[in-house]
Design a protein around this ligand. Structure first.
Ligand code: SF4
Length: 301
């Protein structure tokens, strides 16, 4: 990173409310004076992000094998047959000895934008349709090079039908500005599930594995239509759903590495709503975005 780039980074850090400025180690060597001015005063220094050192190709995440759900799913779901429980976007293997693999329902895999939007708007493939006000399809440049993926709609998103509105959306918009992006211009924003998950008290909750499996084919089709260069997973649900990892895996273990999803580089960072509660982790999020930008630059060279 040149000193000019560093200066630009300092400015954009201000945009997202991150400060003091984090300095990459090699830059610190080149510009000791700049480092002295920019070293965080926080007790714990932010580790430098690892570049795409281990782009180990991962297979597409296997669909959850429709385990029995007793974690808040609507009662009617437990009354369904095994066949009914199969996520609509996934085609089961014929051979039970095979490892489960994702085969997107051809009906979804061939949809154009208009048909996909229409299908999502009318979708009743999982219990989340019962409580939604609006489906939240996604928003942005349909030819974007950047795709940001969150968890699912919250209360504001459910009412407005758009992802990341309200304070978390404002922070995400600022993060985009810091990266030289803008909602709707070379950036697309989507969620793992298109309908708002709530608990019995009406509060937001993460989607269940079954709900994710039901909805993920829509996102997969969005990815295929957009053909982005880099994916950014915002938060634990997005990261684990895309990578098919154990739910106990913390985001902190996924940061700093470039993962792969459907052959595309995937960088994991914190969800903006989390960052609003944990202001001290904003600098880590900025490090993640720097990794994403480096990955983008390497990919497009
Ligand atoms: S969350 Fe997804 S799969 Fe479930 S009803 Fe909404 S659009 Fe359909």
């Amino acid at each position: 990173m040149s000193q000019n780039t560093f200066a630009a980074s300092a400015r954009v850090l201000e945009e997202i409310g991150v400060g003091p400025v984090w300095v990459r180690r090699h830059l610190a060597v080149e510009t000791a004076e700049a480092e002295a001015a920019a070293t965080p005063v926080a007790a714990a220094p932010v580790p430098a992000p690892q570049r795409a050192a281990q782009p180990a190709a991962r297979p597409a995440p296997a669909p959850a094998p429709a385990p029995a759900q007793d974690d808040g799913l609507p009662p009617w779901l437990n009354e369904m047959s095994d066949a009914d429980m199969a996520p609509p976007g996934f085609m089961p293997n014929d051979d039970e000895d095979d490892e489960p693999v994702i085969r997107i329902n051809p009906a979804i895999a061939t949809m154009d934008w208009a048909k996909l939007k229409e299908t999502v708007a009318e979708c009743r493939q999982c219990g989340l349709c019962n409580g939604r006000k609006k489906t939240v399809f996604g928003v942005g440049d349909e030819k974007a090079k950047w795709l940001f993926i969150g968890e699912g709609p919250g209360r504001n998103e459910d009412m407005q039908g758009e992802p990341f509105v309200g304070p978390a959306g404002k922070l995400l918009d600022n993060m985009l500005v810091a990266m030289g992006l803008k909602r709707g211009e070379n950036a697309y924003i989507a969620n793992i599930v298109k309908c708002r998950p709530t608990d019995e008290a009406g509060k937001d909750r993460p989607p269940s594995a079954q709900e994710v499996a039901s909805c993920l084919p829509y996102l997969q089709r969005q990815i295929a239509l957009i053909q982005p260069t880099v994916l950014v997973a915002l938060g634990k649900t997005a990261a684990l759903s895309l990578l098919g990892l154990d739910p106990a895996t913390p985001v902190s273990k996924l940061r700093g590495t470039v993962h792969r999803y459907q052959g595309l580089p995937l960088v994991v960072t914190y969800h903006p709503a989390y960052l609003l509660r944990q202001l001290g982790d904003k600098s880590k999020a900025w490090a993640d975005l720097c990794l994403a930008m480096t990955t983008y630059a390497d990919t497009t060279d």
